[in-house]
Design a protein around this ligand. Structure first.
Ligand code: E4P
Length: 218
């Protein structure tokens, strides 16, 4: 399973990239607005750090607007994936962007049928927002599982990015569902490393080693 970082915070991206476990980045208008910086500057810095797919979102709602924004975003770097909202206009634009060789990520997806339509227009990635479904009383991960079944049934190549991830259990469920990618915040990513028994185990080993009274051999 590939791991993407879901942020526009360049420092966090730099640090997580140095750990060697992230494969790409997803941004959105909210993440960019939190940086308080010009989007173009932020996007260029992210592209200079990460060698993997980097999703940058379009803002327009009409297919023509999405298309012209998407073409401009794609010029920033070869790793740019144009993120487009899952609407009729959005999917019209995706079909054209794909025809022009521009990669796309269809976002704000909340139903398996929306995901089916995105695959039919050739989207490279689909982003179901599982945490936002959980928040309104649905089992968000069921959406990811249904999309996986549909894509497997028909051999669609669209990769599933499980998004709006809130905790490590979402990451585990993504992996068990066989979705291709999980995109998560820096905080959730850090939590994946933690286990109290690992800390305790290290503490016990070091305590016992101190009784040996020798430096580590070699
Ligand atoms: C994914 O691509 C989105 O950026 C992200 O996961 C949005 O989710 P949230 O704003 O609910 O966290």
């Amino acid at each position: 399973m590939k791991i993407f970082l879901d942020t526009a915070d360049v420092q966090q991206i730099q640090e997580a990239w140095s750990w060697g476990i992230i494969d790409g980045v997803t941004t959105n208008p909210t993440h960019v607005s939190k940086t308080g910086r010009p989007p173009g500057e932020v996007y260029r810095e992210i592209c200079a750090i990460v060698d993997g797919p980097i999703s940058l979102e379009t803002i327009g709602l009409k297919a023509e607007e999405i298309l012209s924004e998407g073409r401009e975003l794609a010029k920033i770097h070869k790793n740019v994936v144009v993120k487009v909202v899952n609407t009729k206009e959005g999917l019209k634009a995706v079909k054209q962007l794909v025809a022009e060789g521009i990669r796309t990520n269809v976002t704000v997806t909340f139903s398996p049928l929306q995901a089916l339509l995105a695959a039919k227009v050739g989207a490279n990635y689909i982003s179901p927002f599982v945490g936002r479904l959980d928040a309104v009383g649905h089992v968000g991960m069921d959406l990811a599982r249904q999309i996986k079944t549909i894509y497997d049934n028909y051999g669609f190549k669209t990769e599933i990015i499980v998004a709006a991830v809130r905790h490590p259990l979402h990451v585990l469920e993504t992996a068990l569902a066989g979705a291709h990618i999980c995109t998560m915040s820096f905080d959730v990513l850090k939590q994946l490393y933690d286990h109290p028994l690992t800390d305790l185990g290290i503490e016990m080993f070091l305590k016992d080693w101190s009784k040996v009274g020798h430096e580590c051999p070699g």
